[in-house]
Design a protein around this ligand. Structure first.
Ligand code: UD2
Ligand code: MN
Length: 576
């Protein structure tokens, strides 16, 4: 089950078996003139792959050049597909089935050409003559796409967008790695279809490997000097590849990511952000990836917002890397299972072992972000935690403890990491301290906190509780029976008086206590804890944090040290 939104969770985050979803960076819609559905294609069920599609060997093959009829088809130019509200029961059933299997609107996707046109989201800076080395001087790449039970049209659209929008001399091959799918179309039908595209190789895992080992399998079949990884629900836009390869040609220690645009999970609309809105990657002490705006010190290194920017981490799915450099870095930890953590592993070691990680605003690739994971994970193991513990054990040095605090110091069985430690040793990589100081100085370090752990009210046995996801921002903070497992009940009191977890701060502006991104200027986010009276007093309002009579709600009230509903134990208080 997906983690609940807006409700406090009794479990420490991340919830086992369900990948916490990345908060999406705020979007700027650029396709003009589109209010509620205006300009959207209202598709009818008969649209299919278009009138001019060829049938080859019983399989629909997309036409070579988008015929005029397709230019205005559903979803063309990245427009949204809006299904009619008065669907027949049969259609509704199909739509529901599509959502169930894929966690996106497969029905809508099936109406869109697998070779639809997209807007060109590039900044003018990107198109200046001579901006990149000539193609003849760029390395060719193998594009590796791993999938486990991907929807047919979505997978094809990924492949076609690569074939159609990559200069042939730069695209050596597409390696499709089937991670032991069982959807019928992933078998013979896929082979028959791809037989018409000689650049596409299909590699099959003989058991479920998970995306990390599937990517390694793909790399073993790749023959180009550069590897480019994409998820199986992507669409590449015009000119996406050259700016990536250009960076690697200039320095093969540079690992590059395109800007990841959002393909709407419901309408498949292509949303893109301009160069000024580009974000870079970070992480929090749950070892979860997150997005940030480009920090000031990085902005100052550039004359134009379209220039490649340094990023502390990558989202994980979409990047290019020099194959030899990837191998020198020891590729991925093959002990990582199914999903998660590999993005931070590669990010940390790229920086710590002599490379650079960049986001290239001239390269845009769309991705369908899903709100839940549609496929099966391993049962009985918290795969993500296991991966994260391996990551922490090898790369975080003394900082690993901040992650362990979050999981209540319960590391579980994480296998053997000695070979990965030797690798780090052998490569002579820098310390995590160096990484934090040099690459990610913005990160809040829990060690600088005055108090940390749960904020418990003994009278009610309730603790302050929130998953602190992007969805929880600007909403009231919750309560939940204290569970002593960290996670959603792990808070820190910073030296400057914030009560925070990572980038989320307790904030009071006169109505309710809400979560708000930390702004660092005290005001509504300034709290004082008195361990003697156990009062938590708010700076600007002078009110105190309390629990309602029915023990269900947090509220702010006139301070009174005799009232049990205002007394809090903030764990590990140490003002020194
Ligand atoms: C993000 C990344 C994803 C990966 C993940 C962390 C982006 C846009 N996406 O999550 O690439 O780095 O974070 O691990 O940056 N797959 C398999 N076998 C499996 C599970 C997944 O082949 O057992 C495939 C899946 O079909 C997809 C890819 O791996 O093509 C990534 O999986 P996802 O789309 O569920 O991950 P996502 O985008 O939530
Ligand atoms: Mn994905």
């Amino acid at each position: 089950a997906a983690p609940r939104v807006n409700a406090p969770s009794p479990q420490p985050v991340p919830a086992p078996g369900a990948p916490p979803k990345k908060p999406l960076p705020p979007l700027k819609k650029k396709n003009a003139g589109k209010g509620a559905g205006a300009g959207a294609a209202v598709a009818d069920a008969g649209a299919g792959a278009g009138p001019d599609a060829d049938v080859v060997g019983g399989v629909l093959v997309a036409p070579r050049d988008g015929p005029a009829a397709l230019l205005d088809g559903p979803g063309e130019n990245g427009r949204p597909v809006v299904l009619p509200t008065n669907m027949s029961t049969d259609m509704k059933r199909l739509v529901d089935e599509g959502w169930l299997k894929n966690a996106f609107n497969q029905y809508a996707s099936d109406l869109i050409s697998v070779r639809r046109k997209l807007p060109d989201p590039r900044d003018a800076w990107c198109k200046a003559p001579g901006r990149y080395l000539p193609n003849a001087d760029l390395p060719a790449t193998s594009v590796i796409v791993c999938f486990h039970n991907e929807a047919w049209t979505v997978l094809l659209r990924t492949v076609h967008s690569v074939l159609d929008r990559s200069p042939p001399e730069l695209l050596k091959e597409i390696v499709l790695v089937d991670d032991f799918s069982d959807m019928p179309h992933t078998k013979r039908q896929l082979e028959d279809y791809m037989a018409h595209y000689p650049k596409v190789k299909i590699v099959r895992a003989t058991k479920r490997e998970g995306l990390i080992r599937a990517r390694l399998l793909g790399a073993r079949h790749a023959t180009a000097p550069v590897l480019t990884y994409l998820d199986s629900h992507c669409e590449c836009t015009t000119g996406w590849l050259e700016p990536l390869l250009d960076r690697i040609a200039r320095d093969p220690h540079t690992v590059v990511c395109p800007v990841i645009d959002v393909i709407d999970d419901n309408t498949l609309e292509y949303h893109w952000r301009d160069a000024g809105g580009v974000n870079v990657g970070g992480f929090d002490w749950n070892l979860q990836f997150n997005w940030h705006s480009v920090p000031e010190r990085e902005r100052q290194r550039h004359n134009n917002t379209a220039e490649p920017v340094w990023s502390p981490t990558m989202a994980g799915g979409l990047f290019s890397i020099d194959k030899a450099f990837f191998e020198r870095l020891g590729t991925y930890d093959s002990g990582f299972d199914i999903w998660g953590g590999e993005n931070l592993e590669l990010s940390f070691k790229t920086w710590m072992c002599g490379g650079t990680l960049e986001i290239v605003p001239c390269s845009h690739v769309g991705h369908i972000f899903r709100k839940r994971s549609p496929y099966k994970w391993r049962s009985g193991v918290n795969v993500l935690k296991r991966n994260s513990v391996r990551l922490a054990q090898v790369w975080l040095d003394d900082y690993a403890k901040y992650y362990y605090q979050r999981v209540g110091y319960d590391l579980g069985d994480y296998g053997d990491v000695s070979a990965r430690r030797e690798l780090r040793q052998k490569l002579g990589c820098k310390s995590f301290q160096w990484y934090l100081d040099t690459v990610y100085p913005e990160l809040f370090i829990p060690g600088e906190a005055v108090a940390s752990g749960e904020i418990a009210n003994e009278w009610s046995n309730q603790c302050v509780d929130s998953p602190c996801k992007a969805d929880d921002m600007h909403k009231p903070v919750g309560l939940w029976p204290c569970h002593k497992q960290g996670g959603n009940q792990y808070w820190m009191l910073s030296k400057t008086g914030e009560i925070r977890r990572d980038d989320a701060c307790l904030d009071f502006s006169g109505y309710e206590v809400i979560l708000y991104p930390c702004h660092g200027s005290k005001g509504n986010q300034f709290w004082q804890y008195n361990p003697k009276t156990q009062l938590i007093q708010h700076g600007s309002s002078k009110k105190c944090l309390a629990i309602s009579e029915n023990k269900q709600k947090l509220l702010m009230t006139e301070c009174d040290r005799r009232k049990e509903n205002q007394q809090w134990k903030f764990a590990n208080y140490d003002p020194s």
